[in-house]
Design a protein around this ligand. Structure first.
Ligand code: ZN
Length: 361
């Protein structure tokens, strides 16, 4: 009898254990310097307590780079600020991963961001002028600018900021963004025109991955450029309409894929896993979608072959406004009556409450 009881409790533990997701993540912009202490408290009190073990912080140029001070935002995190974030994540066993948007997302709305502002020669489409007032759609198909991955001088600078941010964050992984790259292999680029866009994209992934491997770091990217937007009906943001999707067979398998879907629980994690990639599914602000995605992720893991099981890594809640704005919403300091249930803070609370219930952590 005792043995039976022991067995059943161990079976129960095994069942719960089998639901444990290796990656239980949160992705948000790094706070402004004035918000660091509040954000440290948020990490300790709200992320760690819910079982978050991975924190992706979009830093971009919000850091006082020593090697490239010309690329700093006018107000940017100091080394001491970053070390506060490193310390709280270390003490709460959270894997802290810095992000700089590379390749695409080198402008937003009507403004180019720091890399192309300081080094306009790296612009893949210098003939596309930034509009005074941005609107989509527009005649240039301008969503965001890209840097030219074949410019002979771009990687020296990119490598130096990537290296510096990873060193100061003491990170074992780096997120390079690489989502929504609409401008690639442009017909007017003297280096890229006529080249295979999948090969150009894959080349940049491999270049960054090889840099990171030198210090045993893993490259994380968003997955959308590796999905075929036309065939799947996923469209031009959530997937590729410019043939970069074939890069899925050209990039190293040790690149971690962050597979974002905000409106539907698309089963694309299976596609990445079957190609040999580790993948995490990323919701945003629709709790009903996030809960289906969590259920899918647990089912994928529990029904996978031993070879594939570990490719289904988990879930990452994403937030696209500032850390300060998220905390205002989360703590109820600001309310948006139009949003109803569909806010990222609501999604975050429900996702992680359900993770606890299902034994995902
Ligand atoms: Zn180019």
């Amino acid at each position: 009898m005792l043995m039976l009881m022991a067995m059943s409790s161990s079976l129960l533990a095994q069942y719960k254990n089998s639901n444990t997701l290796p990656v239980r993540g949160f992705c948000i912009a790094a706070p402004q310097p004035a918000g660091v202490d509040a954000f440290v408290k948020f990490i300790r009190e709200e992320l760690a307590t819910r079982g978050v073990n991975t924190l992706i912080l979009r830093v971009d140029f919000n850091y006082q780079y020593q090697r490239h001070p010309e690329l700093r935002d006018s107000i940017a995190l100091s080394k001491a600020d970053v070390k506060k974030l490193v310390a709280v994540c270390r003490s709460t066993n959270i894997n802290l991963i810095p992000q700089i948007n590379l390749l695409g997302h080198q402008s937003w709305a009507s403004k180019v961001t720091n890399l192309l502002k300081v080094y306009p020669q790296f612009d893949e489409t210098p003939h596309v002028k930034m509009p005074a007032t941005y609107a989509w759609p527009n005649d240039d198909g301008l969503y965001c600018k890209s840097y030219c991955p074949l410019h002979p001088d771009v990687h020296k600078i990119v490598f130096e900021i990537v290296d510096e941010i990873n060193d100061v964050f003491e990170s074992t992984a780096f997120h390079a963004g690489m989502d929504e790259v609409f401008y690639i292999g442009d017909d007017n680029c003297p280096r890229c025109s006529g080249r295979d866009k999948a090969e150009l994209f894959a080349g940049e992934v491999r270049t960054l991955r090889d840099l990171l491997r030198q210090k045993n770091r893993t490259l994380w990217i968003w997955g959308d450029r590796l999905l075929d937007g036309k065939t799947t009906g996923l469209g031009m943001w959530e997937a590729s309409f410019n043939n970069t999707h074939r890069a899925i067979d050209l990039i190293p398998k040790d690149v971690m894929i962050c597979d974002w879907h905000y409106e539907r629980a698309d089963k694309t994690a299976v596609y990445f896993a079957m190609k040999g990639f580790k993948v995490a599914t990323c919701p945003w602000r629709t709790p009903s979608v996030a809960l289906v995605q969590l259920n899918d992720m647990l089912n994928f893991r529990n029904t996978a072959t031993p070879e594939m099981k570990d490719n289904f890594q988990g879930m990452i809640q994403t937030e696209w406004s500032s850390a300060e704005n998220f905390m205002d919403g989360f703590y109820g300091r600001k309310k948006n009556p139009d949003a109803g249930e569909n806010t990222s803070w609501n999604c975050f609370r429900l996702l992680f409450a359900n993770m606890k219930e299902t034994g995902a952590y």
